[in-house]
Design a protein around this ligand. Structure first.
Ligand code: FAD
Length: 548
């Protein structure tokens, strides 16, 4: 193939992804030196379009970055007023009182926010400081320098032929070069995955662990809406089939975020995370709230769960990984946005110092030290054993021993040391013959919905003429290996109904409806044969989340 000619633009720092991590880095760089040239590239059609997390935000990251965020009109307007935690059985629930919970679990001082709106506001702050932000620009390739360092990215390739090749109508995009490149692509970033593999950054660390999170926004009956209320549940319907739980956050305007997370290390390949979520809404605690209301949006996204012991080395020559591209979610708190912001700030400070010292293209080791030993490390270290204890010994042990461990860690020690995660999520999947199929009730169309109907509420869009961005290393594996051994779990683990096994000419055929993809990356993580690679489709494609 002939060499593709592209224009190149030079920056001080190139940032991939306009989530809380990338935007924080951009803001901090310009706060430190207004003359730095900083660009942020975002694959969503606008900033916020791919941000799922309707969230409870710990403002410590924003406090550190923009201390006067209140005066500047940040959309943090709903303080948490009430914090509930329930253990669910099929028809009832036990409320777990707040007093035995370690202090870090307290939501006092936090805010219920639309992270999409927070990111839109952060983008405005960044632009006012002179950051260039280009939404609708997917970064599809890394550019390496002569010494093997990352020196930039290729962004803005449009109109590839269906086989992925460049045709007469292909716009080849451009190269954006930086003294440093920040990958803040969020969970399972496609370029971050390449960098982790190329520089062997996971070596000596625990495997990264993940969950899949699904969320709906509901408008509920005003009489049932309790602005500022946060509820978390565990137990039913997952039981011992998988780890996970739910969150219900009452925002303003009678809106409620209803979400469900399933840990992706589940063994039973018959498990159907999406249907677990739908079934969950029929529990009386949830059904009573939702009856009479309407679901106005749906989305899904993987979430990192490996925590402290799974963070890869986060710097390599010319490049740094930020936020959930490293995996900075505090799992028991289900919070990662504050750490994403703090990581952006720390990476910016390290890059600023390096550029001032006329360095470029090397490792920003100061950034890594700050993450591991500063506030992010101390936040994650305290909770490092909760997830592996849950995975090894189940929910009750996790509540008792994990709770105890969080308490002792609050005082600086652990009785368990650091518990290991064991296998990665793909390898955790068991054989179909060893597990019972699970019978899921049919959605009623009132509280629960079939997958394709719900996907239409993610407003996702991919041009049909472009190549499939879900690449199968071997197209025969789904039918020849995954179907007989695992009952092809892609049919169930994908929360957007991308994968189907249909009958064609009397034989099973694997169909990939990539148009439905909501960019959650679950397939890239959970496929037991590790045969699916998620690469970025062209910019502007994917979900268009309103204020999720
Ligand atoms: C269901 C769920 C609920 C959660 N609840 C909470 C909560 O209540 N509180 C909390 O604090 N945290 C919560 N989290 C975690 C939180 O969402 C993450 O920690 C946070 O989003 C990480 O920020 P980030 O900037 O690293 O990545 P992201 O927020 O994922 O942002 C990454 C951005 O990069 C863009 N991008 C990716 N790849 C490319 C590319 N190649 N080219 C161009 N652009 C690209 C994406 O489109 C996206 O806009 C939740 C997560 C989930 C899934």
């Amino acid at each position: 193939m002939a060499e593709i000619e592209r224009e190149a633009m030079e920056y001080d720092v190139v940032i991939v992804g306009a989530g809380p991590a990338g935007l924080s880095a951009a803001i901090r760089l310009k706060q430190l030196d207004a003359d730095l040239n900083v660009v942020v590239l975002e694959k969503g059609s606008e900033v916020g379009a791919h941000i799922l997390s309707g969230a409870v935000l710990d403002p410590c990251g924003l406090d550190a970055l923009i201390p006067d965020w209140k005066e500047k009109g940040a959309p943090l307007t709903v303080p948490v007023k009430e914090d509930n935690f329930y253990m669910l059985g099929e028809a009832g629930q036990i409320r777990i009182p707040n007093f035995p919970m370690p202090p870090l679990m307290n939501n006092h001082g936090n805010y219920i926010v639309s992270m999409g709106n927070v990111c839109r506001w952060m983008a405005e702050q960044a632009e006012e400081l002179g950051v260039e932000i280009f939404p609708g620009m997917a970064c599809s390739e890394l550019v390496y320098g002569d010494n093997g360092e990352v020196k930039g990215v290729v962004a803005g390739v449009f109109g590839l032929e269906q086989d992925g090749s460049y045709g007469p109508n292909t716009e080849p995009g451009m190269e954006l070069h930086g003294k440093y490149v920040f990958l803040s692509e969020g969970v399972r970033g496609s370029l971050a995955k390449e960098v982790i593999a190329k520089y062997d950054l996971q070596a000596g660390k625990e495997p990264q662990k993940f969950g899949v999170g699904m969320k709906e926004i509901w408008e509920v009956d005003p009489a049932k809406h309790k602005e500022g209320t946060v509820t978390h549940t565990m137990g039913w319907p997952l039981g011992s089939n998988a780890g996970g739980g739910s969150f219900i956050y009452h925002l303003d305007n009678n809106q409620v975020y209803v979400g469900f997370v399933v840990h992706l290390n589940y063994k039973n390949p018959h498990l159907f995370p999406y249907m677990e979520f739908q079934r969950f809404k029929h529990h009386p605690v949830v059904a009573d709230l939702l009856k009479g209301g309407k679901r106005v949006a749906y989305g899904a996204r993987a979430i990192t769960e490996g925590g402290y012991q799974s963070m890869p080395k986060m710097v390599a020559p010319g490049v740094a990984l930020l936020g959930c591209s490293v995996g900075m979610v505090n799992v028991p708190r289900i919070k990662g946005n504050h750490n994403a912001m703090l990581s952006g700030k720390a990476a910016a400070e390290a890059a600023h110092d390096a550029i001032k010292a006329e360095r470029s293209g090397d490792e920003l080791s100061d950034y890594e030290v700050e993450v591991r030993t500063g506030p992010i490390g101390s936040d994650l270290k305290k909770v490092r054993n909760v997830k592996p204890i849950w995975s090894k010994w189940g929910l009750t042990a996790s509540l008792m021993l994990g709770g105890l461990d969080m308490w002792t860690n609050t005082f600086g020690f652990s009785l368990f040391g650091t518990v290991s995660h064991g296998k990665n999520d793909a390898d955790s999947t068991g054989k179909a013959a060893d597990y019972q199929p699970i019978d899921y009730p049919k959605p009623d169309g009132v509280l629960s919905f079939d997958r394709l109907t719900n996907v239409s509420f993610a407003a996702t869009n991919h041009e049909e003429s472009q190549p499939c961005h879900l690449r199968l290393a071997d197209p025969n594996i789904p039918v020849n290996v995954n179907l007989p051994q695992f009952d092809e779990p892609a049919q169930r683990y994908c929360p957007a109904g991308v994968y189907e096994v249909v009958e064609k000419d009397g034989k099973p055929d694997f169909v990939v409806n990539f148009q439905n993809c909501v960019h959650c990356k679950t397939c890239d993580i959970k496929d037991p044969s590790q045969n699916i690679t998620w690469v970025t489709p062209q910019g502007g494609d994917g979900p268009n989340y309103p204020n999720m």
